[in-house]
Design a protein. Structure first.
Length: 389
């Protein structure tokens, strides 16, 4: 879960279809902090279920859907903030997620190819089975193996843990019908073993109980949990370690709606603790904005391109348009030769309805990156919208 390029036209209206765009440059350029989480898989009876507890201090949690395209499978992704995928499941029943925090001596191998994009995305778009995914990971250098391990699972029940272990890339395949990795993995493995021994088949409630027993609170709480039914392409989402309520998504039905995402919080209106955590984070962002914009010392140091861009885009996710534009404008002024800065600023203007300023910034993108398809598309659509009005 390191780098890729994916952007979204973000609104926070509940259950309203969102349009996926390619203007924000987060996935390629933002290596987000990753903290220990729990990932598991169990195949028993007629079910193959995979699940995850996502532990982080960022409550901007989301689920999003990318329908199948020519040569690419449809994908359901889970994540937060600027729509960087922490895990996912494709329409072939292939699942992935990652746990970070390991210290390794990983180094690129001259025997493996370098891959410029997001290798996880390539796997999800092109692979249907664990073995196909393993062949891709084994072909390319992947820098996130320096601190992360992955769990892969597919609808046949196969799974494998992938990581840099003892000086080499290893693939630890499941031999007992279940695997778990991450925080409280021993507890999870014990509970999964009991399910195998005591029940004829695993059910969603069984995996929910495992996730609940292994969740984390405190500074880096479990922000969301998911359970993926790999045979039926169905996802059950839980918010902020409250396992009494879930929202069920049929991915095949969601794909019919086109590319879109949902912010999780509006889907759980009764989760008071989640709302308090969300408001605390929003206020934190506003305080950071105030420091950066109004304090010359803060403006002069301590905030690089990544920090400023992430701050601006997260403010935008809260629909704090004025503050977001101020931060992203500062970013573009500080990094005038970086087309990504102008693309993010253009996006902020566009979401705020400032069409002329958005077009101006997108034209700046084209000056720095001629042929940028997202900028060309945005200018065309914005011009048509202006003419229509």
């Amino acid at each position: 879960m390191k780098h890729s390029e994916l952007t979204f036209k973000m609104k926070s209206l509940r259950k309203e279809k969102k349009t996926l765009i390619l203007s924000m440059l987060i996935m390629l350029f933002f290596p987000l902090q990753m903290l220990p989480c729990l990932i598991l898989k169990i195949a028993h009876g007629d079910c193959v279920l995979a699940g995850n507890n996502e532990d982080i201090d960022n409550p901007l949690t989301k689920i999003w859907f990318e329908p199948p395209k020519k040569g690419k499978y449809g994908i359901t992704y889970f994540g937060y903030s600027v729509n960087y995928p922490q895990g996912g499941m494709n329409d072939q029943g292939l699942f992935f997620d990652a746990v970070a925090g390991y210290k390794t001596d990983w180094r690129p191998s001259p025997k493996r190819l370098d891959y410029a994009g997001n290798l996880n995305r390539k796997v999800m778009e092109e692979c249907a089975t664990v073995e196909e995914a393993i062949s891709v990971y084994n072909k390319y250098n992947k820098s996130s193996f320096s601190n992360a391990r992955y769990l892969l699972a597919d609808r046949t029940g196969a799974s494998a843990i992938v990581g840099w272990i003892d000086g080499e890339l290893k693939f630890i395949r499941d031999k007992g019908g279940f695997q778990a990795i991450g925080v409280n993995e021993d507890t999870a493995a014990s509970m999964l073993r009991s399910i195998k021994e005591q029940k004829d088949a695993v059910r969603v409630d069984d995996v929910k109980a495992v996730l609940q027993a292994c969740h984390v609170e405190g500074r880096y709480p479990t922000q969301y949990s998911n359970i993926c039914d790999l045979k039926n392409n169905v996802v059950y989402m839980f918010l902020f370690h409250d396992y009494s309520t879930f929202v069920k998504f049929d991915a095949n039905e969601e794909f019919k709606k086109g590319e879109h995402h949902y912010r999780l919080l509006p889907l759980f209106p009764d989760n008071v603790r989640a709302r308090k955590a969300d408001e605390k984070y929003r206020q934190h962002l506003l305080n950071q904005h105030q420091k950066v914009i109004e304090n010359p010392k803060e403006r002069a140091s301590g905030h690089g391109w990544r920090e400023l861009s992430l701050l601006g885009l997260e403010l935008l996710d809260y629909q704090e348009h004025k503050e977001a534009i101020a931060v992203l404008k500062l970013t573009a002024e500080r990094y005038p030769d970086d087309w990504r800065s102008h693309s993010n600023l253009a996006f902020s203007y566009m979401t705020a309805g400032e069409i002329e300023l958005a077009v101006k910034s997108y034209r700046k993108v084209l000056e720095l990156d001629p042929g940028n398809q997202n900028a060309l598309k945005a200018i065309r659509e914005l011009t048509q919208k202006k003419d229509a009005n």
